[in-house]
Design a protein. Structure first.
Length: 325
């Protein structure tokens, strides 16, 4: 038997150390799959104590992500370069990881007003896997490459592969194909030294340790991946100019709540009254960025829309274009 000892303070900022007894080497068992000695008796605890343990385990996730900020920074910078050059950002994953990629991609269009094509999610087993388990599909390495080829992946694109264990064949195959095509390829995993880190150009590896329920990587590993994706997409959209100050100036007004939020954004950005903001929105057909450009430049709705098209949707750039004409 091999005794594996890892400092939990180093892994997840918690005041304990865990020691695991295993019949395999550390390389054989991803850290996300190992037994967690602090939760071995969790099934016998009252609910309140159970929840306290889960909360304690979650407490170290943000610190694990913080340690990866340099790698996340390089990833964001690479993604922005690809998007500025006309490429796309494509997340690839299986199971929980794939669903997290789909979630982040799907929220970018309404939040930042970008095309649904700009940020995409690919999940093993197709979109049916978003709402039901199709886990066997993750074992097909060639399928990852096939699914990216079906989206006509090119060297202009960026691919981020998500795999908590770092050894998922579908996702590894997708990143290998991305590298072959000349696309930027990054990995988000919770297992250092795993196979996916040897395929990616940049690896983001928040080490959160064993899960509360052994192997259930939808928990701490999933939380870490979601935090990383939040950072990648949010920072990229900000750098591309789809946020003014800290406001969602390109937001798509899909419902009344968002329409009311847009009125607040207009008044804060332009100093217009609520009534003037609502009237201006009516003139642009509820187009928030066009309304902001129109009010900031004093030009017509049509001129504002044309300037936005020339500025690739960036409000501040569109205003500058109009100021120069």
């Amino acid at each position: 038997m091999v005794q594996i000892g890892i400092s939990w303070c180093r892994l997840a900022n918690a005041p304990a150390t865990f020691t695991q007894m295993a019949d395999h080497s550390a390389d054989d068992i991803p850290i996300t799959e190992r037994d967690n000695p602090r939760t071995r008796n969790i099934a016998s605890l009252p609910v309140g104590e159970m929840l306290a343990i889960i909360n304690d385990e979650d407490a170290g996730v943000a610190e694990a992500v913080r340690r990866e900020l340099p790698a996340i920074t390089r990833t964001v910078e690479a993604v922005v370069r690809r998007l500025e050059g006309g490429g796309r950002l494509i997340y690839v994953g299986c199971g929980t990881s794939g669903r997290l990629g789909i979630l982040d991609a799907s929220e970018c269009r309404p939040t930042y007003g970008v095309s649904a094509e700009l940020i995409q999610g690919v999940i093993a087993g197709g979109y049916d896997a978003c709402h039901r388990a199709v886990e066997a599909s993750e074992d097909d390495r060639a399928a990852g490459a096939h699914d990216l080829a079906a989206r006509h992946l090119s060297g202009a694109d960026a691919v981020v592969g998500l795999a908590a264990s770092g050894r998922t064949p579908f996702t590894i195959g997708a990143l290998e194909y991305a590298r072959q095509r000349g696309a930027f390829a990054a990995a988000v995993t919770c297992t250092p030294g795993s196979e996916i880190t040897r395929v990616a150009e940049i690896s983001i590896v928040p080490v959160v340790g064993p899960e509360v329920v052994a192997g259930s990587s939808r928990m701490k590993a999933g939380t870490a991946q979601k935090l990383v994706l939040n950072m990648i997409s949010t920072a990229a959209m900000i750098r591309l100019g789809y946020v003014t100050g800290n406001r969602m100036s390109n937001m798509h007004l899909a419902n009344e709540k968002l329409r009311e939020r847009s009125v607040r954004i207009i008044t804060a950005e332009t100093g217009a009254s609520e009534e003037s903001a609502r009237n201006a929105l009516e003139r642009t057909g509820s187009n928030l960025p066009a309304t902001l450009v129109m009010l900031k430049s004093g030009r017509s709705p049509e001129e504002a829309r044309n300037a936005l098209e020339a500025a690739r949707g960036v409000v501040t750039r569109a205003v500058m274009i109009l100021a120069e004409t």
